[in-house]
Design a protein around this ligand. Structure first.
Ligand code: UDP
Ligand code: MG
Length: 322
């Protein structure tokens, strides 16, 4: 009987120092296990020697596979490429920077053996800057109020997915991917394992503050159009209030004539309405932008080099090979 195969997917962007360490740690964890495994490094257009390091490792170890993009397409695209190319019966998604402790692998596998389709490693926020923690908790509260899927703080991409969960994820082909929401959207039996947050060992985080803000906006608008509805309600409320105000003022004018010229009320109405309109237009624009992006149907990534054989039909839908 063929052994069950686990595919590791490691998105890597300028991680040359970390990659050999991650591989070493995975090998160590898999040593006593009866699973076969492959480790797919997805080089997301790194500008350092990440690809050379991966190629060298692929040459040395038959378990190592790589996919290399023509430029930096972002972690979401890298994860998608990994999922599309993984051959395993289950997939474990891990960062290259050792912030996802490989020591949890055996627990993830145990969850898989128990029959769960998603085994999620959940981190706490120890060691994160207080500002980032506060913003994150605000983000999760906002998102969980607005979107239809449930997102949990600390549950990220570090998880094991069964083959059917992977296949389910691959049927979601949207251009603008927000994985955290997609994992939750597909559902399936889930088990959560908690771990202490670890600081990054080498290199630096690729998340700048503006990138985080953009990610938060993605999270809110990816899953439904409630913000558009909020626009409508705000607009309706403002309209109602101004009608009340106009009626009252009208009655007053009829009774006592025009009093002081209402510079203050006028300017505040203009400013307030202008603000509301701009916010609403921004939200509408966000959705129109997304529709525009989706209609273009561009591939999520382009592959420059890969060690993985000819693409299957389902992969071609998303990627172009050189
Ligand atoms: N990453 C990627 N493409 C990018 C940015 C990041 O593939 O454009 C990878 C990166 O190499 C790492 C993982 O995504 O393996 C998480 O990135 P990072 O550690 O910067 O994020 P953080 O842990 O700070 O959330
Ligand atoms: Mg990290």
């Amino acid at each position: 009987m063929k052994p069950i195969k686990i595919s590791y997917i490691i998105p890597s962007y300028n991680e040359s120092e970390n990659i050999p360490k991650v591989l070493e740690a995975i090998k160590e964890e898999m040593n006593g296990q009866f699973y076969a495994y492959e480790v797919i490094f997805v080089d997301d257009g790194s500008s350092d020697d990440t690809l050379d390091v991966i190629k060298q490792l692929a040459f040395q170890f038959k378990e190592v596979q790589y996919i290399s993009f023509t430029r930096n397409f972002g972690k979401e695209s890298a994860m998608l490429a990994g999922l599309q190319h993984a051959q395993g019966d289950a997939v474990i998604m891990m960062d290259a920077d050792l912030q996802h402790p490989p020591s949890l692998i055996s627990q993830l596998l145990k969850g898989y053996e128990e029959g769960y389709d998603q085994v999620i490693a959940k981190r706490n926020r120890a060691g994160d800057s207080p500002v980032r923690s506060i913003i994150s908790s605000f983000f999760y509260r906002l998102v969980n109020r607005t979107v239809d899927v449930k997102l949990t703080d600390g549950e990220g991409d570090f998880r094991l997915l069964s083959r059917r969960a992977v296949n389910a994820l691959l049927t979601l082909s949207e251009g603008n991917r927000f994985s955290k929401g997609l994992y939750s959207w597909i559902g399936y039996g889930q088990k959560t394992i908690s771990y202490e947050n670890v600081a990054r060992e080498c290199g630096e985080t690729k998340w700048s503050f503006p990138k985080l803000i953009n990610y938060a906006i993605d999270g809110v608008v990816s899953f439904n159009h409630k913000p558009l509805r909020a626009c409508f309600y705000t607009g309706a409320l403002v309209l109602l209030l101004s009608l009340v105000y106009i009626s009252i003022t009208f009655v007053q004018i009829m009774q006592t004539g025009v009093a002081v010229p209402g510079y203050f009320t006028l300017i505040s109405a203009v400013l307030f309405l202008g603000g509301v309109q701009l916010v609403c237009m921004g939200i509408i624009g966000e959705y129109i932008g997304r529709i525009y992006n989706e209609t273009k149907k561009r591939p999520h990534y382009l592959i420059q080099h890969t060690s993985i054989g000819a693409p299957k039909e389902k992969r071609e839908k998303h990627a172009i090979y050189s």
